[in-house]
Structures are given as structure tokens and as C-alpha cells.
Design a protein around this ligand. Structure first.
Ligand SMILES: *Cc1c(COP(=O)(O)O)cnc(C)c1O
Length: 362
């Protein structure tokens, strides 16, 4: 566990004149409410990142010609601050999100951000907004850092100016279903990403490309799309904006990272927890036909998606072309349940953190 380092900060704070009323924590939903303040830092070519500051939450004024609107030069992250039973607040693996965002910046030709300043920005902002960290079960404060290209120029090249911003949103469960197993639809027309592209980084364009399939699936009553690889159209990649896991014949399998899959912090945490328990874990190719064969022969024991927003989301049914399979009788599997409990116990500070994942803010 790492303690908070209170540094003499270079971050200037301008407080909001009037604070907003807090939303009803029983009806938070996900990503609908934003706190009183946000963090901002600017980048200009020749100067670098400058003027880190916390200001009242509010609209940006940027030119319609700002490059982000035309060429989608943008990256983002998502992590959470959790309220412990003793009233304290903690972060889960923030260094991993910071490192991943710098990897995203690198892929999108955006200048990287000093990781220490990045962490300090998160800690200073969350500490200032600590009254916004909800305490109802399963609620948290979602932290959304992002960078947008702001150079006013219609012409394809890397922008010479950027805004780095962090906003905060008190959230409840990501899916209305809660821990109830979701139905997923295997998409065979659109693809999300290909190797060499940007599938392994969090950049807005990846998500814009998934909306159509998501809407089609939702109209048919599914909550998520399961993506297949863009070349062979048969290897399983991810489910919605979560990584995916299967327990097949005693083995916990998740698709290996290969350039088209987002390297989830929750995915990595699942690998470490499962190995810690002595489970057999493999990161490998999983053919969709192999999955259905396993399901039909009774070897597909459990399936779940994982990500910061939804934590662990059990999968109860999978539909591919005209085939359909039920997982674990549509119930949450025992290992899925145990993983959910262990991970959330560490995140909310109900259990020891043997992995050194927690940063306490108090
Ligand atoms: C964010 C994200 C994930 C999950 O990553 P976490 O770090 O666990 O939140 C998985 N897939 C996609 C496409 C994502 O955007």
C-alpha cells in the first residue's frame, strides 16, 4: 500500500463559487452527474504541458476547426475512487491507468504526460471533491482523464496544442442487470479493431465504430456485443468495452493481447488473483467454434466480462449466427462470484490487498 505524498503542488486551485446539490446516491446510474471541479492542463508546441489547474466544472470554448472534431485525435482513461467503511477513500491501481494513457498518447501522436504530475492531479482533484465519493454499496467516483487535440486547423497532421482534462462522476452499477448474467450477441458483420490499428488503446474512434453493432444487438434484446478478430473473423476478442473470460474444462481462458485487444487493468487483476488461487490460467486464441463445441459438450463452465466500469459481469447466454448457448444455466458461476467478491473487497477496502494495488488518500 502506498501512502499519499503531499507534495508542494504546482496545481493552482480556483474554487467554484457555488456548489451543486449532490444527486440521490440510490439513483446514480453511470456517468450522468459531474462534480463541482475539473482538472485542466494545456499543451503548446515549444512550451510543453503547462498551467496545471483545478477550475469549476464547466464548458470549454474551443474553435470549430479544433482538430479533435475532424480527425479524432483523442485518448481517455477510466478508473475509480472507492469509499471504505471507515470513511476513507482509495484508488485502485492508478499507475496502471496512467501508464496505459501514456501508451495511448504515444499511439495517437499526442505528447505524453509526466506520470507523477498525472497522479498528483488525480489525488488533488479527488481529495478536493471527497464529499462526492458516494458510500452506498457498489457506488464509487468514476475518474475520467482525457486529452483532446485543439489546434484550429483543417489538415491532417498531429495537433500542436492539446487540453488534458480530468472530470469526476459519482456512479452506481454500470448495468441495470447488476450481477445478473447478461445476454451477448456475437457480431459477425462489423469488426472493432485490427492488429496495427488502435484497438489496444483507449481512443474515441474505436468506440464510435462499435455503436452500430451495439444498437443492432440492443434492439434484439442483448446487452453486449462479443467481437471477433477482424482478419479471420473467428477468434474471440472482447465483449463491449470489457475483456472476456471463459472457464472451459477447468481452465480459465482469456484472449491473449495481440494489438487489437484493450489490455484491461481488471483483466490483469483477474489473471493475478486467479493465479494466486492456483487456478489454471491461459491467455490464448479462442476460436468461437471451440467455444460452442465446449458449450455443447458441457465443458463451458462459466463466462464473464471484466472492466473498471462493470467490474465483473457474468455472461448467461451467447448467440452466434443461428446458434445459441446457455452458460451455467443462466446463473452466475461460482468462480465468477468468488472473483467478483475478492476484487470488490480489495477495491472497497473490505479485505487485505496482498498485491499492492491500493493507494489510500488518507
Ligand atoms: C476500458 C476497456 C476495457 C477494460 O479495461 P479496464 O482497465 O479493466 O477498465 C476493456 N475493453 C475495452 C475496449 C475498453 O475500452
Amino acid at each position: 500500500m502506498k501512502g499519499l505524498q503531499v507534495s508542494v503542488t504546482q496545481i493552482k486551485i480556483e474554487r467554484a463559487a457555488k456548489l451543486k446539490p449532490k444527486p440521490d446516491t440510490a439513483k446514480l446510474g453511470f456517468g450522468k452527474y459531474f462534480t463541482d471541479h475539473m482538472f485542466i492542463m494545456d499543451y503548446d508546441l515549444g512550451i510543453g504541458w503547462h498551467d496545471p489547474r483545478i477550475v469549476p466544472y464547466g464548458p470549454f470554448t474551443i474553435e470549430p476547426s479544433a482538430m479533435v472534431f475532424h480527425y479524432a485525435q483523442e485518448v481517455f482513461e477510466g478508473l475509480k475512487a472507492y469509499r471504505r467503511a471507515d470513511g476513507g477513500i482509495q484508488l485502485f491501481r492508478p499507475e496502471a491507468n496512467i501508464a496505459r494513457m501514456n501508451g495511448s498518447n504515444e499511439r495517437l501522436s499526442i505528447p505524453t504526460i509526466d506520470p507523477e504530475l498525472f497522479l498528483e492531479a488525480i489525488i488533488t482533484l479527488v481529495t478536493l471533491e471527497k464529499d462526492w465519493v458516494p458510500s452506498e454499496p457498489d457506488t464509487s467516483l468514476y475518474i475520467r482523464p482525457f486529452v483532446i487535440a485543439t489546434e484550429p486547423h483543417v489538415g491532417v497532421h498531429a495537433s500542436s496544442s492539446y487540453i488534458f482534462c480530468i472530470i469526476l462522476s459519482p456512479v452506481g452499477a454500470y448495468y441495470a442487470e447488476g450481477l445478473n448474467p447478461v445476454k451477448i450477441f456475437v457480431e459477425s458483420r462489423d469488426v472493432r479493431a485490427v492488429k496495427g490499428g488502435t484497438g489496444y488503446v483507449k481512443t474515441g474512434g474505436n468506440y464510435a465504430a462499435t455503436l452500430r453493432a451495439g444498437e443492432r444487438a440492443s434492439q434484439m434484446g442483448f446487452s453486449q456485443v462479443l467481437w471477433l478478430d477482424g482478419v479471420n473473423r473467428k477468434y474471440i476478442e472482447e465483449v463491449g468495452s470489457m475483456n472476456v473470460w471463459f472457464k472451459i474444462d477447468g481452465e480459465c481462458v482469456t484472449p491473449m493481447l495481440g494489438g487489437s485487444i484493450l489490455p484491461g487493468v481488471t483483466r490483469d487483476s483477474c489473471i493475478k488473483i486467479l493465479k494466486h488461487w492456483g487456478e489454471k490460467v491461459s491467455e490464448r486464441l479462442i476460436d468461437i467454434d471451440e467455444l460452442f463445441e465446449a458449450a455443447h459438450s458441457g465443458k463451458l463452465e462459466e463466462a464473464w466480462g471484466c472492466g473498471t466500469a462493470a467490474v465483473i459481469s457474468p455472461i448467461g447466454e451467447i448467440v452466434y449466427d443461428n446458434e445459441r448457448c446457455c452458460v451455467c444455466d443462466g446463473q452466475i458461476g461460482p468462480l465468477t462470484r468468488r472473483l467478483y467478491d475478492s476484487l470488490t473487497d480489495i477495491q472497497w477496502g473490505r479485505a487485505e490487498d496482498p498485491f499492492g494495488w491500493i493507494t489510500r488518500l488518507d
